[in-house]
Write a protein of this length. Structure first.
Lengths: 356, 268
């Protein structure tokens, strides 16, 4: 008898837990799925105060992780996600995102020309730029001396015979850099060029001073530690950490190689079944405000896609390499959004490089 | 024992301790760094602890971890206790093979378990609109992996008892309630305490299964740490880790003290 009552109590408790979590979702809440250390907390507070809502921010580590989370039910749980440009077509293709209602986002007009009607999302039908940046070369002047802005620091054994160097395990970035060094441009998709690039990376990998595959952000800590002397990183993370530790970064230089490099942009998109699309539109409009946009860039040291925000940026953000010269801009290219066979070929060739 | 053997055993012991604790010491050390770097120590500061306690995301992750761990532990131990007892009570009915069904979740890799739970919950949510990923689904998932451990502990403890003790209860006209209250529960107390601590640790530790079953509102500390290390390990993450190390240390210490308390049922 007692056991039965105990059982019933247990059932009651286990039922009430999921119910409680359901009712909590009914309050006006914006669910934001973003990269970490990418959003100034005071912007979130300002938005919460202005719209009298709660903002819950979750973080992801890679576009792939975000994509699979959306596929596994996240499509009806998040209001705004922040994918990189080359993932935008994949999200649209998979029906995971919805069209933007531009009438609700008047601040779209603030966007720079580069980000209006971009190749990855013609007409900005689905996405609005959040922040952009470049993926360039970072090296330690005390180990390598003053170097010209060129990928040769990584790929030419004569330029760098013995200082340890690393490249990211992200195949598209590393192969792109190798392609650019070979003169095919960062955004090469030609199979021949990709194969040559893969051979170049394999040659680099065989050298004694190859330190391994290290991603753009952790490689910066290794440079400060001195265990790596050259690598590939993002402009924003470099300046963010340099500001924090000017002494450690005194000899560490970030350059955009002349042969061409990546320009990327992270965009705000609304999942297809977002719980609160209206609030999502309001949030996107809020971020695209001139002052908010400037505050965001001043906080995370990435370039602002917001033309109206440019005059309000800190000095370091207005100068190259965060705001590249027009000349440099010419050499920058978006990572091509590969699909189907092309994507498979790239993945296959990269697996080969990694495993050999 | 020969002197050389004793010496090499001692050396082995020291090496073991270094490998166990040196990495933890590094984590604790860098949590007091004055700058945002895991490469260079620029001076002592408590700024990361200050930031930690004003960071809403971390505090809510902490709260989620605590709610999830206590709820799932209480449920898991209760269900596991009943299951362990049931397995013992009906062990003669040619049902002994059922124990293998319980071993299965213990042996199965977390990632398989997590993936299948996720698929299950997502399907339920899409078909019937119940159990959308969140603390509720996480509690269910955690209870599911805690129950086998508890049941096995309880079952093993019961098997170690002399079966005649049950007959003795019967001979003394104990009602089922009295038998449970004055015999079964007291002899099971050590197993229950061990189960509580084990289930609690399993739940706090778990990343893989939580990761697959969590919703946007139910980020736990391990999930938060995972998502925050993309930008390299910041001293803030070190500070969380330090607090977790201290917490685990305190729990271990209290369980040690509890065990050293003289057992009242022990005649000596």
């Amino acid at each position: 008898m007692t056991a039965r009552i105990a059982c019933r109590y247990l059932m009651l408790v286990s039922l009430s837990v999921p119910l409680a979590s359901v009712s909590a979702e009914e309050a006006d809440t914006l669910y934001l799925f973003n990269w970490s250390q990418y959003m100034d907390p005071s912007i979130i507070e300002a938005f919460e105060a202005e719209h009298e809502v709660e903002v819950v921010e979750n973080y992801f580590n890679s576009n792939g992780e975000m994509f699979s989370k959306l596929q596994a039910g996240g499509v009806s749980q998040y209001d705004v996600v922040v994918p990189s440009n080359y993932y935008v077509p994949r999200l649209i293709e998979s029906d995971l995102v919805q069209r933007l209602d531009k009438a609700q986002i008047p601040n779209l007009d603030n966007l720079m020309e580069t980000f209006i009607d971009p190749a990855y999302d013609p007409g900005n039908d689905y996405s609005a730029a959040y922040q952009w940046g470049t993926t360039g070369l970072v090296y330690d002047r005390s180990a390598l001396g003053e170097q010209p802005a060129s990928w040769s620091v990584l790929f030419d054994p004569d330029v760098n015979p013995d200082a340890p160097f690393a490249v990211p395990e992200d195949g598209q970035v590393t192969l792109g850099a190798a392609c650019a060094y070979l003169g095919h441009g960062y955004d090469c998709t030609d199979r021949d060029a990709l194969e040559k690039a893969a051979r170049l990376v394999l040659d680099a990998k065989a050298r004694d001073n190859f330190a391994g595959f290290i991603q753009g952000t952790p490689v910066l800590q290794q440079l400060v530690r001195g265990s790596v002397s050259a690598g590939i990183t993002f402009n924003g993370d470099y300046f963010y950490l340099k500001e924090e530790d000017p002494e450690g970064f005194a000899d560490i230089e970030f350059v955009i190689p002349e042969e061409g490099a990546e320009i990327w942009v992270d965009t705000m998109m609304i999942p297809a079944d977002a719980p609160n699309p209206e609030l999502a539109h309001a949030f996107i409009n809020f971020i695209l405000d001139a002052e908010v946009g400037a505050q965001l860039s001043n906080w995370n040291y990435y370039s602002s896609p917001n033309a109206a925000a440019l005059p309000l940026l800190d000095e370091v953000l207005q100068a190259p390499p965060i705001s590249p010269t027009d000349e440099t801009m010419e050499t920058l290219a978006f990572t091509p959004s590969l699909m189907g066979d092309e994507l498979q070929f790239l993945q296959q060739i990269w697996r080969e490089v990694e495993s050999r | 024992m020969s002197v050389t053997l004793e010496r090499s055993l001692r050396a082995f012991w020291i090496v073991l301790m270094v490998f166990l604790y040196a990495p933890l010491a590094v984590v604790v050390f860098f949590s007091f760094n004055a700058i945002n770097s895991s490469a260079r120590f620029a001076g002592f500061s408590l700024r990361w602890y200050e930031r930690l306690f004003s960071n809403e995301a971390i505090l809510s992750a902490l709260a989620n971890t605590a709610v999830l761990a206590t709820t799932s532990t209480l449920l898991g131990v209760a269900i596991g206790l009943l299951l362990g007892y049931g397995l013992y009570r009906y062990r003669h009915r040619r049902l002994a093979w059922l124990i293998w069904l319980i071993y299965l979740p213990v042996i199965m890799p977390d990632i398989v378990f997590g993936l299948s739970e996720m698929t299950f919950f997502v399907t339920l949510d899409q078909r019937f609109g119940v159990l959308s990923p969140g603390l509720g689904t996480m509690v269910i998932a955690h209870v599911t992996f805690q129950v086998p451990f508890v049941a096995l502990l309880v079952h093993a403890r019961l098997l170690s008892l002399d079966p005649q003790l049950f007959e003795a209860c019967h001979d003394l006209y104990a009602s089922p309630w009295q038998r449970a209250r004055f015999f079964i529960l007291p002899v099971l107390t050590p197993a229950i305490v061990a189960s509580l601590l084990l289930a609690l640790t399993l739940s706090i530790d778990d990343f893989v299964i939580s990761f697959f079953t969590a919703g946007p509102d139910s980020t736990t500390l391990p999930i938060y740490i995972w998502s925050a290390i993309k930008k390299g390990v910041t001293p803030e993450v070190n500070a969380i880790a330090t607090l977790m190390i201290v917490g685990v240390f305190l729990v271990a210490l209290s369980s040690l003290l509890l065990q050293r308390r003289p057992d009242p049922s022990d005649p000596s």
